[in-house]
Design a protein around this ligand. Sequence first.
Ligand SMILES: Nc1ncnc2c1ncn2[C@@H]1O[C@H](COP(=O)(O)OP(=O)(O)OP(=O)(O)O)[C@@H](O)[C@H]1O
Ligand SMILES: [Mg+2]
Length: 598
Amino acid sequence: MQFKLVRYFTLASIGMFGLVAISLVYFEHQQGAFFKQTEEQQAAFFGEVQQSFARQQDESARRDLLTIHESGNVNLTRLFANALWARDFAPFVARAQAIDIHPCRAIADVDAGGKTVAPPEKKACFADVGKRIMALPGFDDIDAKVYDAMKKSTVFKIKVFDLRGVTIYSSEHEQIGDDKSANAGWRAAAHDGTPKSELTHRDTFSAFEGVVENRDLISSYLPVLEPGSSRVVGVFEVYSDVTPFLKQIEATSAQIRATALDNQAKVDAAARTNLAEVDAASNRQLATVAVLLSLLFVALLVIVRRADRIIRQQEKERQHSHQQLAQTEKMASLGQMVAGVAHQLNTPLAFSQNNVLMVKDALDSMVFPMKVANRMSSVLKTTTGDVVTLKVAQLRSNLARLEDGDVDVDMLQQMLGDVLEGIEQMSEMVVNLRDFTRLDRASVASADLNKSLHTVAYIAKSVIPHDILVVEEFHPLPEVECNASQLNQVFLNLINNAAQAIDGSGRITLRTEADGEQVRIEVEDTGRGIPPEVLPHIFDLYFTTKPAGQGTGLGLAIARDIVTQHGGEIRVDTRLGAGTTFIITLPIRQRAALAEAA
Ligand SMILES: Nc1ncnc2c1ncn2[C@@H]1O[C@H](COP(=O)(O)OP(=O)(O)OP(=O)(O)O)[C@@H](O)[C@H]1O
Ligand SMILES: [Mg+2]
């Protein structure tokens, strides 16, 4: 099959370019996805950072609020203590401490769902202590003073504990008597002398001003130091209202969060714009690559088409010169053959001519007897009676002349028979020649290769020395689809080569055999054989070991071309000094291959 360069290039390069394009699109897509992911990660990170800032700001504002209020409360306590402790609270605390709370503390706490709580009787016991404290003299006075001191301040509630942890005073009277000795805030203040505060939110809260709702409060446990010393003499618990401050903090936080969200939106928008730009850039890049690839393809296509044209042209020229070589070779072998045929025809032609001349002479001498016979026949026809009168003298002289030209008719017949045989020989030669030449016209057809080989052998014999015996060992062959004219040329060359390889006498055996879907043709000779150094070259164009004028070195090269074009093969088997066999195998059916080659 002919190699279609342009089609092959087109398909292969379109395939390759497609692959490159797919890879590029894939990588661009990957890159885009990576960029998008990075942008998203960055935006998320930025968001987190902003959130964290907002959170930190919120937390630190609350912490600062707590610290500021706590220190304010510490000062407040100090002022309060300086103002009220020594004169009002100290004697009252001393009186309250005289109330024995041991019976209440002796009541064991109970376990309620994993939490240790005071049982109702214990609470009742301390409530009773509270009542007794409130019944102490000076309570109302203290209560009034505390109320006066705290009203209109941010302090919502105040409690005072003694060093046992008992609530000596609370602006909420029900809490008086409560035991807070287990409270961590009280402990820190009472034992370590350090204030402890926490921010709480209360839905409802009982304050000086009455019950208030939804309040953020800071509760601080504050040690009460004896004025002029650092001795802790009691503990205050102060609840201050920080709702407006917290609201402000929350408003600021909300503002920061809103700014953060706004920033986030800006970052997202910038990311989207970047992404769109990157996408557009990669699309532009892809389009540029596509255009470049297309240009490359077109340029290569132009080059390949030109190369293809040149290759075709060269192929045509090669075929043309090959045809010319084949023609030359054919003419050379035909020339040899014609010389042989002429020689073959010469002998029968010569003796036929000779015999015909002799018969013609013999026929000349038969003219007179024929005349006599004619004369006698006419005399007999004109005579009516039974008696014929002959002029004896004249008759005698005629008879004498008849005896003189005595003609041997048998010999004449023999000679004509020889002539006929000669003509038959010549006609056989002519028939074979006609067969040989007629096949020249046909291109691809079914042929009887036994007959072809026989014809070629017959004609070849005319140029082969008589000492060489040509033996035909033909087996039945199916009709083979082939160019019989070309195969004849191959056979003739093999037989000629065989004959030329035999010195003196020898034998050439032509063998044919069917072999499945193939036929095998062998030309075996008893010649010199082929030397090993010559063997690799015998199928080369122009390789010959024969003297100039005898061999062109084309025979086997062309033979191999022809056999290969038939889809067959030719090989050689040789033994130096013993002989050579050329073996050709041909497929029975290969019209398509040959038709293409033709
Ligand atoms: N039967 C054979 N026995 C020995 N040598 C052979 C035989 N056939 C071919 N050769 C060798 O192969 C060479 C090439 O053969 P080929 O038929 O190609 O060319 P050629 O016979 O030399 O010339 P051409 O056939 O063109 O007249 C011959 O010169 C000869 O040396
Ligand atoms: Mg030859």
